[in-house]
Design a protein around this ligand. Structure first.
Ligand code: SAM
Length: 270
């Protein structure tokens, strides 16, 4: 056997115990997870990470990072983990930000969590002025870390109350992946979300659209002309979300991606 072959075999042998523990705990992608955990730590620290994962913590919380659209972001325990379906919002927001007439488009990420959505839009668009707001200080700390690379600012606040006044009427694109799960359905979420993400990150009120309505009505007066607000919703919520956009004097259209199981309402200023 060639020496290179030997070194190639060693990591998977060392992985075996980790893979076995992960598989026994029900991790479907045990090999992949083991590889990621081993890249993060070894020895006692690796053992501690595996123990947390086996106890049911989301992999991203254990690793301390998550990915959205290929971009890695810091995510602390207790902070919402960005979902793959939100790639649709990123793509649509990037198109709109690139089409903005301002030399340096203003992008606002409301309910920013880790700040992943605004960050990816900023990285893909180029030079943007990025502001992010979340009500949860732990999320804002992650967003501050994540947005530093694009010079973005993250603040603690309740939707637009967290924005600096001078942005009023100047915002080209608002991305707002707000909580939109109806209260009665929160108990049906997978345990990784129910037990490890705050209920304020997922519960959208009786019909799930409480925050969507607030974002649409509040954001309208912050928009430039043209200017757009993007919110993610479930397919069955589209008629009511569109109605909420019209009530805020915005013009709604809906973008869908069945592969991502994603629906985004784009509400544009007249
Ligand atoms: C579904 S998570 C989305 C996070 C992030 N936008 C993403 O896609 O990864 C919703 C976020 O909204 C925040 N949030 C809930 N109510 C809020 C409010 N009134 N004002 C600001 N943020 C709020 C939660 O703390 C949570 O981080």
């Amino acid at each position: 056997m060639h020496a290179d072959d030997e070194t190639r075999i060693l990591p998977s042998q060392a992985d075996d115990g980790v893979v076995r523990r992960l598989r026994a705990a029900g991790c479907v992608f045990a090999e992949d997870e083991a590889r990621l955990l081993r890249a993060q730590a070894d020895g006692d620290l690796l053992d501690a990470l595996v123990t947390r994962r086996v106890a049911g913590e989301p992999l991203e919380h254990v690793l301390g990072w998550a990915e959205l659209a290929g971009v890695r972001v810091v995510v602390a325990p207790g902070v919402f983990v960005p979902r793959r379906r939100t790639t649709l919002m990123v793509e649509e927001a990037t198109r709109l930000a690139r089409a903005a007439t301002a030399p340096r488009p203003v992008v606002v990420d409301l309910c920013c969590g880790t700040g992943a959505v605004g960050l990816v839009v900023a990285l893909r668009t180029g030079d943007v002025e990025l502001h992010a707001v979340d009500v949860d200080p732990a999320a804002v700390r992650c967003a501050q870390d994540n947005l530093a690379r694009v010079g973005g600012r993250a603040r603690t606040g309740d939707l637009t109350a967290g924005l600096p006044h001078e942005l009023r009427g100047r915002v080209d694109v608002v991305v707002a992946n707000v909580p939109y799960v109806p209260t009665d359905e929160v108990r049906l979420l997978p345990p990784e979300s129910r037990l490890h993400e705050p209920v304020t990150a997922v519960d959208g009120g009786p019909d799930g659209l409480g925050l969507v309505r607030r974002v649409l009505s509040e954001a309208a007066s912050w928009l430039a002309r043209p200017g757009h607000v993007l919110v993610e919703v479930a397919a069955h919520q589209v008629p009511d979300a569109e109605q909420a956009a019209r009530a805020a004097d915005l013009v709604p259209r809906t973008v869908r991606d069945d592969d991502l199981d994603a629906v985004v309402l784009v509400a544009s200023a007249r």
